[in-house]
Design a protein around this ligand. Structure first.
Ligand SMILES: [Zn+2]
Length: 189
């Protein structure tokens, strides 16, 4: 899949919005991504999972580990494509951990899978979860990499699309300057 194929799936599902948006951080942006909208379609999720599987099979992972909730669906699909277990880590008392009887072995080669990587913070947290089990983390993968150079990881990252979304302080937002109405995505207003 090319960058364009992936973004076409997002547009088709209404998962890539272009306009003037207020992000949860309070900053404004001209684009907004909601990958759950593309992953709700099983055929789209399967195609994205296969594409990530193709790009990561050389790492020879034995398990996929995703942070809940965002990484769950794509993690399952990448696990299916690679024919390896797909586990997820979830928060308890603010800390990401394995629950539900999930375990990793020291022999496991773990691929961390997320839908979108922005700062890399949750990816790094998920790496710590795998390493605490004694497993080796062989790489990370995401559908979209929105990261800046400052968010690089200590493991190789494979993404289907690099998409830098610029966020503006409302005081210096060019869309605000043009008087365009701002929309808060996800709200039902
Ligand atoms: Zn604005």
């Amino acid at each position: 899949m090319t960058d364009r194929d992936v973004l076409d799936l997002f547009r088709h599902a209404g998962a890539l919005l272009e306009g003037h948006f207020k992000l949860s951080s309070g900053l404004h942006s001209d684009r907004y991504l909601q990958s759950a909208l593309v992953l709700q379609y099983p055929d789209f999720a399967e195609r994205l999972g296969q594409a990530l599987g193709e790009r990561t099979k050389h790492l020879q992972p034995t398990a996929v580990l995703s942070p809940a909730l965002g990484g769950l669906v794509i993690g399952q699909e990448v696990g299916r494509a690679l024919n390896v277990r797909a586990l997820f880590a979830e928060r308890q008392d603010g800390r990401l951990m394995l629950r539900r009887g999930f375990t990793l072995d020291p022999e496991d080669r773990v691929l961390i899978v997320e839908d979108v990587i922005t700062t890399g913070g949750s990816t790094r947290e998920t790496i710590v979860v795998a390493e605490a089990e004694g497993a080796a983390v062989v790489g990370a993968a995401s559908i979209i990499d929105r990261g800046s150079e400052g968010s690089r990881l200590d493991v190789p990252l494979q993404s289907l699309v690099k998409l830098q979304v610029v966020a503006y302080d409302p005081a210096s937002c060019p869309m605000c300057a043009k008087g365009l109405p701002v929309v808060k995505p996800g709200s039902r207003a």
